[in-house]
Design a protein around this ligand. Structure first.
Ligand code: NAP
Length: 332
């Protein structure tokens, strides 16, 4: 496993990290979730991403159980705040009240005194940015988080937050956007702004939720046990990617992966890691074998000719409109 700095900070993170959205506390049983976390650790992954909202807060608890007994200094634990965690009108968003309450719940469930990175899971248009950043700064000053980050924020939102963070003497070091060979909306605006500010990307769904592994075939039912068959929540989230033209284009990557001596999953993860502004690719996995496959993308260099062929094959289906980086207009 290779390591990268998280943005322009001194924190090193594994360039492949493990996230537990949809899977832990929901799609997979606890023992399988724990087996995946232990496999991740054995394979050199030290960086773990979760959120207060995942599986109605259960995902953080599963991760906390799975990491119990590990040397805390050897781990980087990331969580997030914004989406609803309870029925109340203040159990959501980025108000001072919710941030200061939610971090305590996250730490309790994760069974740790601090998280390495605390992320605003979307922009909250109903809270002044100054209030949000002041609350994040207080979380850092109280020692409950070491660094702060955002997720799916627009370039100008990252700029404004970064300026406030500097005034408050805390480090806003990362953004967590969706990024994959199929979904490139951050390239035009978010990445140039981030490079300038020293903000690194921790990218989510680098495998397009499994689509880039090539296991979903056009015109065929999804494979048994895959996310597309998970009626609890996965099927809903992956459905927008399961279009025949996308699946057919992905099949055309198979000979390219073979020629490069990579599996499709390795090609997909390696593709996002070619971008130097990416600090880490957060993969999901429902089984340890998937992690064994995916981690081999660490350190892989894709040559210019292969990158060009990937662009040609995917060109008709790539999504790249920067306007797609959005947060809900209303607090959820
Ligand atoms: N900030 C945000 O708003 C946000 C949003 C979404 C996700 N995230 C973060 O990003 C993480 C990763 O997202 P993701 O799970 O969508 O990532 P992903 O890596 O694109 O997809 C992971 C899924 O693909 C399948 N898969 C993975 N490796 C495979 C392999 N080698 N062979 C075959 N199938 C494989 C597995 O699903 P099946 O086995 O079920 O098919 C796995 O759960 C999340 O856990 C979370 O931490 C953040």
């Amino acid at each position: 496993m290779e390591f990268r700095h998280l943005g322009r900070s001194g924190l090193l993170v594994s360039e492949i990290s493990y996230g537990n959205w949809i899977t832990h506390g929901s799609q997979v049983e606890a023992d399988q979730a724990i087996a995946c976390v232990h496999a991740a650790l054995d394979l050199g992954i030290t960086t773990f991403d979760t959120a207060d909202v995942y599986a109605g807060t259960r995902a953080e608890a599963v991760l906390g159980d799975a990491l119990k007994g590990q040397r805390r200094e050897g781990l980087e634990i990331f969580t997030k705040v914004y989406w609803p965690t309870g029925p109340g009108r203040n159990d959501r968003g980025l108000s001072r009240k919710h941030i200061l309450e939610s971090i305590n719940g996250s730490l309790r469930r994760l069974q740790t005194d601090y998280v390495d990175l605390y992320q605003a899971h979307r922009f909250d248009y109903s809270t002044p940015l100054e209030e949000t950043m002041q609350a994040f700064a207080d979380v850092v000053r109280s020692g409950k988080a070491l660094y702060i980050g955002v997720s799916e924020w627009k370039a100008e939102e990252i700029r404004a937050a970064h300026a406030l963070a500097r005034e408050l003497h805390v480090q806003l070091v990362s953004n967590q956007p969706q990024y994959s060979a199929l979904y490139r909306v951050i390239e035009a605006e978010v990445i140039p702004a981030s490079e300038e500010l020293g903000v690194g990307q921790i990218v989510w769904s680098p495998l397009g939720q499994g689509v880039l592994t090539g296991k979903y075939l056009p015109g065929q039912p999804p494979p048994a046990g895959s996310r597309a068959t998970d009626e609890k929540s996965g099927a809903n989230f992956i459905s927008r990617l399961l279009k025949d033209d996308v699946l057919a284009a992905v099949q055309e990557l198979k000979p390219l992966a073979e020629q490069a001596g990579l599996t499709m999953a390795q090609l997909g993860v390696a593709w996002v890691l070619q971008n130097p502004n990416v600090s880490s690719a957060i993969v999901g996995a429902t089984r340890p074998e998937q992690l064994q496959d995916n981690v081999k993308a660490s350190g892989v260099k894709l040559d210019a000719e292969l990158l060009k062929r990937i662009d040609e094959v995917l060109a008709p289906v790539v999504v790249s409109d920067p306007a797609l980086t959005t947060s809900p207009a209303q607090r959820p």
